[in-house]
Ligand binder design. Structure first.
Ligand code: ZN
Length: 408
């Protein structure tokens, strides 16, 4: 338990106006990543984060994970015989899409009726700003604690999660004991997140004239057979996965189908190859081998329906399995206490529908993670994305109280 006076002093150093302005400033820096377009990356927002921590007197590391794509990692204290806690945020945002569809300019960060609007307002410049200001408030208040409080502003969460993968290779990453993932979850304590495997399926047949199908092997037939297997695959995965009150059950969704794969599509040519991607979402339970065996079985069943065709698949981006931490974890207990003491309200538990940087940290480092941050869970990637100021301020307070409790 954080000593009450120390906690109150740290909470008092959170200035809501400063937090709102910092969030708006971060939203106004577009950090949509467009490969090949100079400056269309996380570099400008990372520089802002770096400047903030330099001014506050934090220890700091910058890791250029890819050209123009720096992780900013700042910390207070040393681990010593204590623990190291990470407050994690990502600096990239997804595309704004058609700006004309927005009723507030996507990078204007307009403040209207207690909401900040803009791409990244929820996902997740607000969570990042709350983490930055929470750590700064602890430092400004002079609160002492045992161990190390780290803030990581990482790149590429919306892509391949290169930032989180890189952090796991650094000394600061390797010595972490726990992480709070500041993604938009309405400040609920999310102990579970669904996993994802993108299965890219490649089907080979034999090219032939459309008038003489017997002379070839049509991979589109096998593709059809595979799509027909999808409901069965989904049922089998659901049987393997644990049920959760906070997560939707496993799903298998075809998201890409393509044939021919190369050359110009022609009405009278049976193509030699077809491709498909299955977006496989998982709840906790099965390991990589078990998931792979089910996808293998679906492919084999499709192949049996079309002799002569071959089907192979591989995960596009490795396996991001579902994660779960137990309620008895010290991090969870610290956050339950943190929510109560910071907001005066009882905690709510929830679940993360997709995967996040936390998935990488949990799988690679084996540390407990809890996802908790400001913003409506359903609003990310939509037009007119927003965050409620009240939730933003609560988030910063929750981070202060949880960190001081966990590191006491
Ligand atoms: Zn996010």
């Amino acid at each position: 338990m954080a000593r009450s006076g120390v906690l109150q002093a740290a909470l008092a150093r959170i200035d809501p106006d400063e937090l709102v302005e910092l969030t708006r400033e971060l939203v106004r820096i577009p950090s949509v990543v467009r490969p090949g377009e100079p400056g269309a990356d996380e570099s400008a927002v990372a520089r802002r984060v770096e400047a903030f921590f330099r001014k506050e007197g934090f220890a700091l590391e910058i890791h250029e994970v890819a050209p123009g794509r720096p992780n900013v990692v700042a910390w207070l204290g040393e681990k010593g015989s204590g623990k190291s806690l990470l407050l994690e945020g990502h600096t990239d945002v997804v595309t704004e899409g058609a700006a004309a569809e927005w009723s507030h300019p996507p990078f204007g960060a307009e403040l209207v009726d207690g909401r900040i609007y803009g791409r990244g307002a929820a996902d997740m410049k607000s969570g990042l700003a709350a983490a930055m200001l929470a750590a700064a408030a602890i430092k400004r208040s002079g609160a002492t604690f045992r161990g190390k409080l780290v803030v990581g502003a990482l790149v590429d969460e919306e892509g391949d999660m290169l930032g989180a993968k890189h952090l796991c290779t650094t000394p600061t990453g390797r010595e972490l004991d726990a992480a709070i993932i500041c993604e938009p979850e309405q400040n609920e304590l999310c102990l579970e997140q669904r996993g994802v495997v993108w299965a890219r399926v490649a089907i080979r047949g034999r090219m032939a004239h459309g008038a003489m199908p017997e002379a070839g092997v049509n991979p589109i037939g096998a593709l059809g057979a595979l799509l027909a297997e999808v409901p069965r695959l989904e049922r089998r995965l659901r049987a393997l996965c644990r049920r959760s009150p906070h997560l939707r059950p496993a799903t298998v969704t075809p998201t890409v189908v393509r044939a021919p794969v190369e050359g110009v599509p022609q009405s009278n040519v049976i193509p030699s190859a077809a491709h498909a991607v299955l977006d496989v979402r998982l709840t906790p339970g099965p390991d990589e081998k078990a998931v792979a065996a089910e996808i293998d079985a679906a492919c084999a069943a499709a192949m049996r329906r079309l002799p002569g065709a071959t089907i192979e698949w591989q995960p596009v981006n490795g396996y991001r399995l579902a994660t779960r931490v137990e309620r008895g974890e010290p991090l969870v207990r610290a956050m339950v206490s943190g929510v109560r003491r910071a907001t005066g309200k009882p905690e709510h538990f929830g679940g993360v529908p997709g995967s996040t940087d936390g998935t990488i940290l949990r799988m690679t480092l084996g540390i407990p993670i809890v996802t908790c941050g400001p913003g409506n869970r359903l609003i990310p990637h939509q037009v007119d994305e927003y965050v409620e100021v009240a939730e933003l301020v609560d988030a910063a307070r929750i981070y202060v109280a949880s960190a001081l409790t966990f590191l006491s």
